[in-house]
Design a protein around this ligand. Structure first.
Ligand SMILES: *Cc1c(COP(=O)(O)O)cnc(C)c1O
Length: 329
């Protein structure tokens, strides 16, 4: 908990230096109340999640809640009920939100997504006419507030944030502001990946919001690269040896340790053994098979075996009801 809190505080500080507000992305924690409470207490005022059910669970936290994937038409009523902000990209959806917001007597904030080449959600950046039409319609809606523009990086298209890409987004902001005589207050400029580039490129001053998840959870950013000012070892997966034996495979004798996992579909790349001399040989639905030949620790049957987690690993563990969670202050 302390490490996650320190990560949150440092991410907030780093962003504050550039006048950027942090929306804490919590999807990797699968709605875990206690962790989210700790994150909020560090001074977060927007929770962002891609699961509506998680955000519904956070209803009692008095912070803004942002849905960071496009809402489905079938869930708009709950989107309006349980969140304040959504990333959106379709006019039909926005109209629907407007209607429900009207029913609930709310003004609902939207971040209109611009796709600057990543093939994720968003109006394609070259289609200004489409954007123009959208904004024209949005401004007529009484219960919708066009709070900002947003974009995604490093997804399918593998687009890495560059000054050029940011400028594309910012030019769109200024053009819309001029054409409609409005002010677009927020520019949501990506994720922890953007944070990775703070020292490498000039982040334009117009970028004033980031959606940070992996940096807070695991101290990693662009291409899972670690931040030197954040903790990567925030979470551990612990199991125990149920068998330790010398075995010969393809003519080589090795000391093999087997530990229990009891969860299907756990992947090798999810786990990093804390003991650097231990290697994962195989994972199946019941066991992790480890090569412990070179370990300098005296490993005995029933000893705990510890792993750090990759992003995928943490996501997997948090979403698995078979894994018991312990919180260490
Ligand atoms: C997951 C997600 C983020 C956060 O990305 P991290 O790399 O975890 O910081 C930001 N925006 C959207 C739309 C996401 O789905």
């Amino acid at each position: 908990m302390k490490k996650i809190r320190e990560n949150t505080i440092r991410v907030i500080e780093k962003c504050k230096e550039k006048n950027i507000k942090v929306a804490a992305v919590t999807k990797v924690f699968a709605g875990d109340f206690k962790i989210i409470e700790n994150i909020i207490n560090c001074g977060i005022d927007i929770l962002a999640d891609s699961r509506l059910l998680n955000l519904k669970k956070f209803n009692t936290f008095s912070v803004e809640k942002m849905l960071i994937r496009i809402p489905m038409k079938s869930e708009i009523e709950n989107v309006v009920k349980y969140t304040n902000i959504s990333l959106v990209s379709e006019l039909e959806t926005i109209k629907e939100i407007n209607e429900y917001a009207n029913n609930y007597n709310k003004v609902y904030d939207i971040i209109l997504m611009i796709d600057i080449g990543d093939l994720r959600e968003g109006v394609y950046f070259e289609n200004y006419d489409e954007l123009y039409f959208y904004v024209k319609e949005i401004l007529k809606m009484k219960n919708i507030n066009l709070r900002g523009l947003g974009t995604n990086f490093s997804c399918f298209g593998g687009v890495i944030p560059t000054e050029d890409k940011f400028n594309t987004l910012i030019n769109i902001k200024y053009k819309l502001e001029k054409d409609f005589n409005i002010e677009i207050k927020e520019i949501s400029g990506g994720s922890s990946g953007t944070l990775s580039l703070f020292e490498k490129i000039n982040i334009p001053k117009e970028i004033n919001q980031l959606r940070c998840g992996a940096s807070i959870a695991l101290g990693i950013g662009l291409n899972d690269m670690p931040f030197d000012y954040l903790h990567q070892d925030t979470c551990e997966f612990v199991t125990e040896f149920v068998e330790i034996k010398n075995k010969t495979f393809k003519g080589v004798t090795k000391k093999i340790g087997i530990c229990v996992i009891n969860i299907p579909e756990l992947k090798k790349e999810y786990l990093v053994p804390l003991d650097k001399k231990v290697k994962i040989i195989d994972i199946n639905d019941d066991y992790i098979v480890l090569d412990i030949t070179n370990s300098e620790n005296r490993l005995n049957l029933n000893d705990p075996v510890k792993f750090n987690l990759s992003y995928g690993g943490l996501l997997f563990m948090m979403n698995s009801p078979y894994i018991k969670k312990h919180y260490i202050e």
